[in-house]
Design a protein around this ligand. Structure first.
Ligand code: FES
Length: 157
């Protein structure tokens, strides 16, 4: 399905804002993802067309970064940091708790479509270790009870 006109307009505006069209690619992909929910191949092709960039370049950038989704995700994306500071502070146990509470493994989405659970490299909030990001919000230092609270607050949204 083509991007809505408003998203197309925002991407064109991004293309005009930067001297090099490549500079507009990351924000343009976020605009497209926000509009389409994820980045299927036809959306990547549309971004490439709007920015006048090769599709191969758009696809390689979108597939490199973990915050771009090439497949559908739940309404809320949980990224649990498993990098060093978080690992040393108990992210493995938090991961097991998340799997148990959600009834899914990493890389999966709950059957109701509410949550997708993924592991992540450092999310640049090591002072919050162990931490996770839900959508664009950071939570930590996490405890099992804190995880339950965050899940509860997001479940109905
Ligand atoms: S190691 Fe987890 S946020 Fe940096």
């Amino acid at each position: 399905m083509p991007l809505v006109a408003e998203a197309q307009e925002r991407i064109r505006a991004l293309a005009d804002r930067y001297e090099h069209r490549q500079s507009a690619l990351l924000p343009a992909l976020f605009v497209a993802q926000e509009a389409a929910g994820y980045l299927p191949s036809e959306t990547l092709a549309e971004v490439a067309r709007l920015l006048e960039l090769p599709l191969s370049e758009v696809t390689s950038v979108a597939s490199f970064y973990r915050l771009y989704f090439l497949e559908p995700v739940g309404r809320h994306l949980i990224l649990l940091c498993t990098n060093l500071a978080c690992a040393l502070n108990g992210s493995e146990a938090i991961g097991r708790h998340l799997e148990e509470r959600l009834g899914i493994g990493f890389g999966q989405t709950t059957p109701d479509g509410a949550f997708t659970l993924r592991a992540s490299e450092c999310l640049a909030a090591c002072a919050l270790a162990p931490m996770m990001m839900v959508d664009r919000e950071r939570f930590g230092p996490l405890t099992p009870a804190g995880v339950d609270d965050v899940l509860e607050r997001h479940r109905g949204r």
